[in-house]
Design a protein around this ligand. Structure first.
Ligand code: FAD
Length: 404
């Protein structure tokens, strides 16, 4: 069986490692950047307990490597910027194991090293198309070091090439983004907080929210949000120190010591910050007429509120790896059947994660009351949903996934 994966990011690298070890599989994993190029992975990630659970089940050795490069995410606190605590949740209440906090570049390094020689770096895709022989097979042309290569009659093509997936563009076009109504600034700064910032915290001033946590080695990841009309452009006036400080300064009293440090650190790093508008997009795990599968951001755009982008990319990859391995080892070498199984394992799970991410964004929208919205999150409805999100990973196994 000839399998090509486009992109060795979060999902692609996990899947490549697993498929490279399968007898009878000719694997090509084509990555655009060089092995040490982390220019598009400059921030930190909180990865949910559900991804850790999925990776431990799918590939315990790789999970151990990822956990060794990270800090555990065990606790979630929400406060106002004056320090008043509204929500204080040990994740053990809603999860079977901790999540992780990690530098994005570190996650790429560990996952890509785990896939070893299965990944070909510096590949520029020249064309992706249906193969001339038909049967749902595809063909890819790419350049590596100026030399052109072709892979024909591909039994399964996996688009794991992220949010602007060239694979998805080639077959059905990029999905329309749905803007959520929140703009977000993200930055990674040296940790000079002397212990003020550690596990996952959020601080609200009206609907404006700061989020921060420490990642190894010696950095703090910070995200700051601003309500914005859905679809409206980012505003230049937000990107100034004066606006930044005014936005998070409590109406009465002084900011807490944590918020004061975060404001100072953000202002010192404004030129290096990453700005975006929160958005989501429709789910598509496979093409109807071609043997093409999508995983991670190429399959679904996720509002980042609950840190489920990379998290669900990991769940997707673990599900696809386990399903493909089981089917290939059992001699069921039918890519259309694999696509249906991955879709069945993942579609409702992703819809649930996307819907809950939107629900949890309520306190960041224009006019929101963060106190009432956060207090509601301490109730059984939201905590029950969080428990489903963090515990009920869906990997396409026939038995329910056990707690580790
Ligand atoms: C600033 C920021 C902060 C984030 N924070 C979090 C967080 O805290 N928690 C969380 O869970 N998620 C977070 N996310 C989302 C998360 O990073 C993504 O959801 C996740 O990386 C998706 O994984 P993926 O494997 O689908 O795609 P990616 O990790 O984006 O990997 C795609 C890969 O494909 C390669 N590629 C792209 N095009 C081509 C091509 N034409 N040819 C060959 N290769 C190609 C890319 O170089 C890359 O290696 C954040 C995202 C951003 C931008």
């Amino acid at each position: 069986m000839k399998i090509v994966i486009i992109g060795a990011g979060v999902a692609g690298a996990i899947l490549a490692r697993r498929l490279a070890a399968l007898p009878g599989v000719e694997l090509h994993c084509l990555e655009r950047v060089g092995p040490d190029d982390h220019s598009e992975a400059g921030t930190g990630l909180n990865v949910g307990p559900n991804a850790v659970k999925a990776l431990r089940l799918c590939d315990a050795a790789l999970a151990a490597e990822v956990e060794a490069a990270s800090l555990p995410w065990k606790h979630w606190q929400i406060a106002l910027t004056d320090g008043t605590v509204l929500f204080d949740l040990p994740l053990s209440q809603v999860a079977d194991n901790p999540g992780i906090r990690i530098r994005w570049s570190e996650l790429y390094r560990v996952l890509r090293e785990g896939a070893g020689a299965a990944i070909r770096y510096g590949c520029e895709i020249a064309s992706i198309a249906a193969a001339t022989g038909g049967g749902g097979r595809t063909a890819v042309r790419y350049l590596q070091g100026g030399v052109e290569h072709r892979v024909d009659d591909i039994d399964l093509l996996v688009g794991a090439d992220g949010r602007y997936s060239a694979t998805r563009v080639a077959f059905s076009g990029l999905p329309e983004p749905r803007h959520v109504g929140v703009a977000i600034l993200r930055t990674l700064v040296p940790d000079t907080s002397a212990g003020l910032i550690d596990d996952y915290g959020q601080w609200f001033n009206g609907p404006h929210r700061l989020l921060a946590f420490r990642v190894p080695p010696g950095h703090v990841y910070i995200a700051a949000t601003y309500p914005v009309e859905p679809g409206a452009p980012l505003r230049d006036e937000w990107k100034t120190e004066a606006t930044m400080r005014a936005t998070y300064q409590p109406a009465q009293g002084a900011p807490s010591a944590q918020v004061q440090w975060l404001m100072d650190a953000m202002c010192a790093n404004l030129p290096h910050s990453h700005w975006a508008r929160m958005q989501e997009s429709d789910v598509l795990f496979g093409e109807a007429d071609s043997n093409v599968m999508y995983l991670g951001d190429s399959a679904h755009g996720m509002a980042p509120t609950l840190g489920q982008g990379a998290t669900q990319a990991m769940e997707d990859a673990c599900a696809a790896a386990l399903i493909l391995e089981r089917e290939i080892r059992a001699g069921r070498r039918a890519p259309r059947g694999w696509l249906a199984l991955v879709d069945a394992a993942r579609r409702e799970r992703i819809r649930f994660a996307m819907a809950l991410s939107i629900t949890a964004t309520d306190t960041m929208l224009a006019g929101a009351d963060p106190v009432a919205g956060t207090r509601w999150k301490t109730g059984p409805a939201f905590l029950g949903d969080l428990s489903t999100l963090f515990r009920d990973v869906s990997l396409g196994q026939r038995e329910p996934v056990p707690a580790p």
